[in-house]
Structures are given as structure tokens and as C-alpha cells.
Design a protein around this ligand. Structure first.
Ligand code: FAD
Ligand code: MLT
Ligand code: ZN
Length: 471
């Protein structure tokens, strides 16, 4: 590899070529500590031209590339394998905002921009950048696009794909495709942009993007409500959709078991609702008219929900601090799970009409077969997206429990997902975690088409091999 590194040093400064174990270590393990790999080197380019040169060099030397942003992904897509022959291409130095176009309501930015910084920059110009998720302080736009991340605003603004108008991508042969256009209409043949979004670094390396901005709402109201069961939770969602329509910007669900785990690790985050309701729903309305308008609307809908016995308790946040506390409670479930130890994640979507039977039947099947397990079920109910995560019985060693039960638990849950015509990955992607599950889920025709695309766009199989699809 001496020749590889010699050529590399002609266009990338040596301080951005990490080859010592202690320098590479921070890039080798994912946020969940679920995956650890080895790498020949970690490369930190700062321009698209440098990325293109790296890819060309890798193609020449048959070195495979693992693109990486904040390494917060849940499916091991950004973690290298154990061969020690892959390079990690971390985009964090590509963190420039190229332009905010006020009239076009777009932001053009590089892949290494941290999501939270983008939200702040947009807000400084009076805009909302609606993508929002628990990892926003460390995940990057390139990673968000590559995983087509969802988060808590999908209900109103769509997922990352819906927010993207254009991309700049370095192809597997080291060419730069300039698709940086802020157009809301463009029917010029195949949609290359949509091909790269959600491809998890297997088809190209995203180096920049044009994303949509929205006017900042004038007022937001957040409330927590108690529901007895999932049927009333969905009826409540439908009521809010009918009465508030596009003002409904968040509808998140937390079961009692999820919030108990939260309280165990973060006692200051106790649920303010009375009597530990089976389902706690966090609802957010956003308005461009006035504070009074949205508050009145919220109170009116809640009153109707009480009268129809859809809810048994409600707490409206009286100020921003309390609203943030409600959101923190929701977002801390993931952190509580991390504190508790290794757990089994299922990031699934089910049609809302089948959600009730899915939860009831799957809960029952799991509890019968794996006595004592804790079902940490929460998520973006407005999108039909459950984080139906499984923690081992209290007192059981997570590693030992998962070693013998991970496979049958996944099989049981995914069989239920198929029965309901759902998806085994709603927003977290496939990576290496769900590689084997994908074929059965997509079916042979779709899976073969995916492989055909991969072969066509990356004939040498150097971009994130054995993630999403193996060819
Ligand atoms: P990484 O983890 O670095 O990479 C993810 C994948 O994208 C890998 O396959 C990688 O190879 C590829 N990739 C990265 N950058 C590029 C690039 N520039 N070009 C091509 N490929 C690239 N996700 C949700 O969807 N919704 C949530 O609500 C949510 N909540 C989360 C909460 C917490 C606390 C955490 C830790 C994670 C959460 N996630 C959520 C998962 C994760 O944050 C998202 O998947 C995020 O989009 C990943 O961004 P990243 O920069 O960390 O990407
Ligand atoms: C979230 O919505 O908080 C994350 O996507 C969920 C998870 O931890 O599974
Ligand atoms: Zn989520």
C-alpha cells in the first residue's frame, strides 16, 4: 500500500490521513457501540475535488470506501468491516454553507454540516429547516441524506428526501455529478437525486445538497395527553389531522414501559401526566397566524377529545422550557436504552389501520415466548413508525440474552410486520444490520433490481460493499 499512500499525500495533507491506531479509534465504533471495525486509514477531505481524487485512487488500488458523517446511524452503515483494508472517508471537514437563497427559500450546503448548525443558520435568516432528530447535535446532512432520515417533523414536512431539491455527488469512478439545482419541478428523465438519497453510501458519495427552507412559525404549542389504548391514540391523531390539518407538526407516542425506563435513568424526567397512562402522546401544533389562534384551536381539540373519551388527561406546556422538557422526555428514551445496555431495535412502519392488531398480537406473542422481556415501544405515531425495541428481562445480562434470542425475536417481529404489509426499516436504513433481512422483505424482483443498480453505478464494488445489498 506504500504506493497508495504516496499518491494520496500528493493531494491530501498528511494531518488529514489518519493511520495510527489511536487516531483512527474514534471513527471505528458506532454511536450505539453495536458495531466496531478496522480501517486502513481515516481520510478527512475538505473539498469535492479531494473526495473525487480519493475515489479515483481507491478505484485504481481496489480499496473500498466507507463514507462517514457523524457515525450516529443505527444500522452499522458507516462502520468498516474487520478486514482492516477499507478506508473511512469522513466528511466532517466539508462543513460550509454555500448559500442561503432567500427568494427561493433554499439552503445549499456541504455534506459535513452538522444538522443542528443548519437549523440555527436557517433560523438566523427567519427560516425553519424542519429536519429534527435526537442526534441533531452530531449527525451530518450527508448522513441524513444517505439514510433518508426521518425524525419528528415528517408528519408535516416529510423526510430528508422530501426536503432535498438537488445534490452534488462523487461517483464510484471519481467523477463529480453537479446536480445542485434548487428546482421544485424538473422532469428530465431518471431522477438521479432520488437514487442517491437513502443509498447509504453504496452508490455515490454525497458532497453537497440544496435543501428546502420554510418560514419560521410564529407560535408553537406542545401538549402531553394520556390515552388508554392505541385505538384511541389513532382516533386522536385523526381528530387532530381533521381539525388542525397542516398546523399539526408533531405526534409522538410513548408507552408506559418506555417512560419507566426513562425515569429509571433520568429521574428528573418523570411523566407529568396522572396515573402512568398506557400511552402518552406528545402533540405539537405550529402556527403562522397568532399565539392566541393556535392556543384556542388546541384547547378546542382537546376538549372534543375529552368529551369523546379519547384522552383521560392532558398537560399543555405553559412556556418554552416546559415544551422542551416534554420533547427531552421523548428523545431521552433512546439514551435511557443506551444506559440500560444492548437492546434489540425494530424501526418499523405499519399502516395506521393495522397498528392496533400489530401491537396487541406482537406484544402477546413476544411475552409468551420470551417471558420477562421489556417492550420499549415508542415512536413517530403520526407516520405509523414504531421504535418497537426489545430490552432483556430485568436482571438478565443483555449480551447473553441477545446472543440466544436476537434472531428469533427479529424473525417474530418481522413476520408480524410482513403480515401487516409494513416495512422493516422506516427511517434508519439497512446498513449491515438488516442486510440479510432485506432480500426476504423486498422480494426477489426488487432485490435483483437493487443489485443491478449497484453493479451499474459501482462496477468495482468499492463503495460501502456489503451494506444494503451484496453483489
Ligand atoms: P452516519 O452514521 O455517519 O452514516 C450513515 C450512513 O450514511 C452510512 O451508510 C454511511 O456510509 C452513509 N453516509 C454518511 N455520509 C455520507 C455521504 N456524505 N455520502 C454518502 N453516504 C454517506 N434517525 C432517524 O431517521 N430518525 C430519528 O428520529 C433518529 N433519532 C436518533 C436519535 C439518536 C440519539 C441517535 C444516536 C440516532 C438517531 N437516528 C435517527 C439515526 C441517525 O442519527 C440518522 O440515521 C442520521 O441520519 C445519520 O447521520 P450521520 O451523519 O451520523 O451518518
Ligand atoms: C427516535 O426516534 O428517537 C430514534 O429514531 C429511535 C430509536 O432509538 O430507535
Ligand atoms: Zn425515530
Amino acid at each position: 500500500m506504500q504506493h497508495f499512500f504516496q499518491q494520496l499525500s500528493t493531494f491530501l495533507e498528511s494531518k488529514y490521513i489518519l493511520i495510527q491506531d489511536e487516531d483512527k479509534a474514534p471513527y471505528l465504533t458506532d454511536w450505539r457501540k453495536r458495531f466496531t471495525g478496522k480501517a486502513l486509514a481515516v481520510l478527512l477531505p475538505s473539498t469535492s475535488a479531494e473526495v473525487a481524487s480519493i475515489v479515483r485512487l481507491c478505484a485504481q488500488h481496489h480499496v473500498s470506501i466507507v463514507p462517514q458523517g457523524g457515525h450516529t446511524g443505527f444500522c452499522g452503515g458507516a462502520t468498516p468491516d474487520n478486514s482492516g483494508t477499507q478506508i473511512i472517508l469522513n466528511l466532517k471537514r466539508m462543513n460550509q454553507i454555500r448559500e442561503i437563497d432567500i427568494a427561493n427559500q433554499t439552503i445549499t450546503l456541504e455534506a459535513g454540516c452538522i444538522l443542528q448548525n443548519v437549523q440555527v443558520k436557517a433560523a438566523e435568516q427567519g427560516f425553519l429547516f424542519p429536519l429534527s432528530l435526537g442526534a441533531e447535535g452530531s449527525c451530518m446532512i450527508g448522513g441524513n441524506l444517505a439514510t433518508n432520515a426521518g425524525g419528528t417533523n415528517v408528519l408535516r414536512y416529510g423526510n430528508t428526501r422530501d426536503l432535498c431539491l438537488g445534490l452534488e455527488v462523487v461517483t464510484a469512478t471519481g467523477e463529480i455529478w453537479n446536480g445542485i439545482k434548487g428546482l421544485r419541478k424538473d422532469n428530465t428523465g431518471y431522477d438521479l437525486r432520488d437514487l442517491f438519497i437513502g443509498s447509504e453510501g453504496t452508490l455515490g458519495i454525497i458532497t453537497a445538497a440544496v435543501m428546502k427552507l420554510y418560514p419560521l412559525p410564529i407560535s408553537q404549542w406542545t401538549t402531553l395527553v394520556a390515552c388508554e389504548n392505541i385505538t384511541s391514540s389513532i382516533a386522536l391523531l385523526n381528530l387532530f389531522q381533521k381539525r388542525a390539518n397542516s398546523l399539526l407538526t408533531g405526534f409522538e407516542m410513548m408507552t408506559q414501559e418506555s417512560l419507566e425506563l426513562n425515569e429509571k435513568h433520568f429521574p428528573h424526567m418523570a411523566n407529568p401526566l396522572q396515573g402512568k397512562p398506557p400511552f402518552t402522546i406528545l402533540i405539537e401544533l405550529s402556527d403562522h397566524e397568532s399565539e392566541a389562534h393556535v392556543k384556542q384551536l388546541l384547547e378546542m381539540i382537546l376538549e372534543e377529545a375529552f368529551e369523546s373519551q379519547l384522552i383521560s388527561d392532558a398537560v399543555i406546556a405553559s412556556n418554552l422550557t416546559q415544551a422542551n422538557a416534554f420533547w427531552h422526555m421523548r428523545e431521552h428514551i433512546t439514551l435511557a436504552q443506551a444506559e440500560e445496555g444492548a437492546n434489540l431495535k425494530h424501526d418499523i412502519t405499519i399502516p395506521l389501520s393495522a397498528l392496533d392488531s400489530f401491537i396487541q398480537e406482537t406484544d402477546e406473542l413476544l411475552r409468551d415466548r420470551f417471558p420477562g422481556i421489556r417492550i420499549i415501544n415508542f415512536g413517530h405515531l403520526g407516520d405509523g413508525n414504531l421504535h418497537y425495541n426489545i430490552a432483556p428481562p430485568l436482571g438478565a445480562d443483555p449480551k447473553t440474552f441477545n446472543a440466544s434470542n436476537e434472531k428469533p425475536i427479529h424473525e417474530l417481529v418481522y413476520a408480524q410486520v410482513e403480515r401487516c404489509n409494513g416495512s422493516i426499516s422506516a427511517e434508519h436504513g439497512v446498513g449491515q444490520l438488516k442486510l440479510d433481512d432485506l432480500r426476504a422483505h423486498k422480494g426477489d424482483v426488487a432485490h435483483e433490481l437493487m443489485k443491478t443498480l449497484k453493479r451499474a453505478l459501482d462496477p468495482q464494488n468499492i463503495l460501502n460493499p456489503h451494506k444494503v445489498v451484496s453483489i
